[in-house]
Write a protein that binds this ligand. Structure first.
Ligand code: HEC
Length: 126
């Protein structure tokens, strides 16, 4: 009987030990969300402009918009600011927005995050 009790105690302890080893972080679960994502230095002239230049201006620059981008210009600060809500919706492939970049894969989570941060901080022209 005593032996049996020890067996139960040891088994319970082993389970507790194994359970305490379970450990993960937000970064481990969502690698594209924050790991290596600079969420502090988000400026228009830096992160936002380069995201647009790399993924959108082939169709939405001042010169390409008429032919390829349905007349939507995303090159100048004022144009981007006035369309910020639509841009956020389209890069998230949300709701009724036309998913962007058109005919391309969804942007990585870091870029989408940074655009949201820029909106939340009041869309500064910095
Ligand atoms: C290959 C060309 C092309 C690229 C690249 C592209 N777009 Fe577009 N975009 C279009 C066209 C064409 C439309 C008009 C709607 C449609 O045809 O889907 C449009 C529409 C939009 C709209 C309006 C969507 C709506 O539902 O009101 C926004 C905002 C937009 N684009 C933002 C972007 C952003 C931001 C990027 C880069 C991440 C991007 N686009 C990349 C061609 C492009």
């Amino acid at each position: 009987m005593k032996k049996c009790l020890w067996l139960v105690v040891i088994t319970v302890l082993l389970f507790l030990l194994a359970g305490s080893c379970y450990y993960d972080t937000e970064e481990a679960l969502y690698p594209t969300l924050n790991s290596g994502c600079d969420t502090t230095g988000v400026t228009f002239s830096g992160k936002i402009s380069s995201m647009l230049a790399n993924n959108c201006l082939s169709c939405h620059s001042n010169t390409t918009a008429t032919g390829a981008g349905n007349g939507i210009r995303l090159e100048n600060y004022a144009d981007v600011k006035s369309r910020a809500t639509d841009i956020a919706g389209s890069i998230k492939h949300a709701g009724a927005y036309s998913p962007m970049p058109k005919n391309g894969g969804k942007l990585n989570g870091c870029l989408i995050n940074q655009f949201d941060i820029w909106i939340r901080t009041g869309m500064p022209e910095n």
